[in-house]
Ligand binder design. Structure first.
Ligand SMILES: C[S@@+](CC[C@H](N)C(=O)[O-])C[C@H]1O[C@@H](n2cnc3c(N)ncnc32)[C@H](O)[C@@H]1O
Length: 253
């Protein structure tokens, strides 16, 4: 498979159990499929019994909601910046459209809080990682109730938002931004995600479509000191040390 950014991916099945799923994914991606682990440094989508991992340049990414299990169990969930940004007094748990799903971690927090979330992801490899993480969460007794509130859709969210016609209380936007984080770990993970998805170039179109969806509000995740998305000043912001949520009010009924 040659992705939009010129990245060629090989699909590798590490064991017999995963071979069927891996071969199917290779067919969908139009990517080479192998049962022998590539050792020439090419980007690999590895299917194994414990899940699907994207491996590239000595780094790995894999969707894994169990990492968030402790964070969503505590009473502090309602104080999460994202939860505070999304909820309103009269609609504490709105239906949410996550227009830039990635590995779905933000959506998972919202689903844990009780929101029904529809997640759009357009990148083929990222969608496979997201779907795999959701599948594993649905089989995990500690995560399944939360994962059941999340519906992943493979495709561009822009047309979906244009046709949403007020069906969602909130739209979440978190397009890729130029990397600023200080943490080496976050840096590494972002670097790898950027191999799949370069920084967003359609900011104005994304924001315009989110407003056209007629939610109560559009919530935009930005780096704490990052510029406003498409230069649009929000109605208010909720800021933390590393991130800021800019809220644009759209409809008040
Ligand atoms: C920074 S990541 C999102 C991370 C996510 N908030 C999380 O918690 O894991 C941005 C993702 O948005 C996706 N994306 C960007 N524009 C999109 C669009 N118009 N439709 C669907 N997905 C989009 C990219 O492919 C990328 O995977």
């Amino acid at each position: 498979m040659i992705a939009e950014n010129g990245l060629t991916v090989t699909v590798y099945a590490a064991d017999e159990i995963s071979a069927g799923r891996a071969a199917e994914a290779a067919g969908i991606l139009g990517a080479p499929f192998t049962r022998a682990e590539p050792d020439d440094g090419t980007p690999v989508l590895r299917f194994a019994a414990d899940g699907v991992t994207f491996v590239c340049g000595g780094m790995e990414i894999k969707g894994d909601f169990s990492r968030l299990a402790r964070r969503v169990r505590g009473a502090n969930l309602r104080e999460e910046l994202l939860v505070r940004a999304v909820r309103s007094k009269d609609i504490p748990r709105p239906r949410v459209l996550d227009a830039t799903a990635g590995l779905g971690e933000d959506s998972f927090l919202l689903a844990a809080y009780g929101c029904e979330v529809t997640l759009y992801e357009r990148d083929d490899v990222m969608f496979i990682l997201l779907e795999d993480a959701l599948m594993r969460a649905l089989r995990d007794p500690g995560l399944c109730t939360i994962a059941a509130r999340m519906k992943a859709v493979h495709g561009d969210s822009i047309p979906a938002m244009r046709n949403a016609d007020g069906a969602y209380g909130a739209v979440l936007l978190d397009p890729m931004f130029p990397q600023r984080e200080k943490s080496a770990l976050v840096k590494k993970k972002l670097q790898l995600i950027q191999q799949l998805e370069p920084p967003c170039t359609d900011e104005a179109e994304l924001l315009c479509a989110a407003v056209a969806a007629r939610p109560r509000k559009v919530v935009i995740k930005r780096p704490a000191k990052g510029p406003f998305l498409a230069g649009r000043k929000p109605d208010h912001s909720i800021s933390g040390k590393a991130v800021r949520y800019d809220c644009v009010n759209v409809r008040s009924d």
